[in-house]
Design a protein around this ligand. Structure first.
Ligand code: CP
Length: 314
């Protein structure tokens, strides 16, 4: 692959290969031994058209740990404000010959469109409610490390599934790896047609969480509920917020995940989020750096091979 735009085109063996490499980088990161030459001589530009803490910081750190020259475009201060389009902005940066372009955009499909216009590798850092591939990969690595495997697990994804690119990428990845998926959401936040993905659908937390190995909570994404129904936070927490009583229905050793940013007291009780015996939320963040290192290394390798091939035939 030239780009990493989504989980959809990835084969299970490619996912496993990427996770193996990321696991290796997780070990090197803990030992402070990340190799600085892997992306040496390459230029990485991060373009975030939507706010981010984890994804932006970890892509930047990942690039720096592997020796890339990393530039963060301050999109709020760019010429977009003067009417320049997304594509013209991308073509302008492309003319400066970057090798890796990391892009987050509020519109679904915007990153795919941009990837067609540039001649470097593009990594999707989240586009609208479409895909967030590196999030699904870091979630998968976290699950694999906690559970010792990434197949035949019972995994519940809970909350605002309708507006979630994280849910969409995770449903595809965890489905490809042959896990049993349960989606739990109020009917207003459950997308139609999800049953096609071979998942079980619930609108009751206690029923949906019964005997699961993994509980993945999602934030209410009000910024994408344009004009639609927004539930009251108190009522939502009562029915769908993860607290000790609801978690008791999962397996005793079930892990709790959240991609962040989280809203304590809305979709998750703070004491559950902070419980180091159950919550792997901080490990997810740590794995984010390792997964992004592995993804950029792989794309850089493909890009170098493509360029060498082009030069050989020129
Ligand atoms: N999980 C995630 O994408 O977080 P950020 O929006 O902070 O990057």
């Amino acid at each position: 692959h030239r780009h990493l735009l989504g989980i959809e085109p990835l084969h299970p063996l490619e996912i496993t290969e990427l996770l193996d490499r990321a696991d290796h980088y997780a070990t090197l990161n803990r030992e402070g031994r990340a190799p600085r030459d892997v992306l040496a001589g390459l230029t990485q530009i991060n373009m975030f058209f939507e706010n981010s803490t984890r994804t932006q910081a970890s892509f930047e750190l990942a690039g720096k740990r592997l020796g890339a020259d990393v530039m963060n475009m301050a999109m709020q201060a760019s010429s977009l404000k003067k009417g320049e389009t997304l594509i013209d902005t991308a073509l302008t940066l492309n003319a400066m010959r970057p090798d890796l372009l990391v892009v987050r955009h509020p519109n679904s499909g915007a990153v795919d469109l941009l990837a067609q216009k540039v001649n470097c590798a593009v990594l999707n850092a989240g586009d609208g409610r479409h895909e967030h591939p590196t999030q699904a990969l870091l979630d998968a690595l976290t699950i694999r490390r906690a559970k010792g495997r990434l197949h035949r697990l019972s995994i519940a994804i809970c909350g605002d599934i309708a507006h979630s690119r994280v849910a969409r990428s995770n449903i595809m990845l965890l489905g490809k790896m042959e896990n049993r998926l349960r989606l739990i959401a109020p009917p207003t936040l459950m997308p139609s047609g999800v049953a096609e993905f071979g998942v079980e659908v619930f609108d009751d937390m206690e029923e949906g969480l019964k005997d699961v190995d993994v509980v993945m909570m999602l934030r209410l994404q009000k910024e994408r509920m344009d004009g639609g129904f927004i539930p009251s936070e108190r009522e939502y927490f009562h029915r769908y917020g993860l607290d000790a009583a609801k978690l008791a229905h999962a397996k005793d050793d079930a892990i709790v995940m959240h991609p962040g940013p989280m809203n304590r007291g809305v979709e998750i009780d703070g004491t559950i989020a902070d419980d180091i015996n159950r919550s792997v939320i901080q490990e997810q963040v740590e794995m984010g750096v390792a997964v992004r290192m592995a993804a950029m290394e792989l794309l850089a390798r493909n890009l170098r091979a493509e360029r060498t091939g082009t030069e050989a035939t020129a």
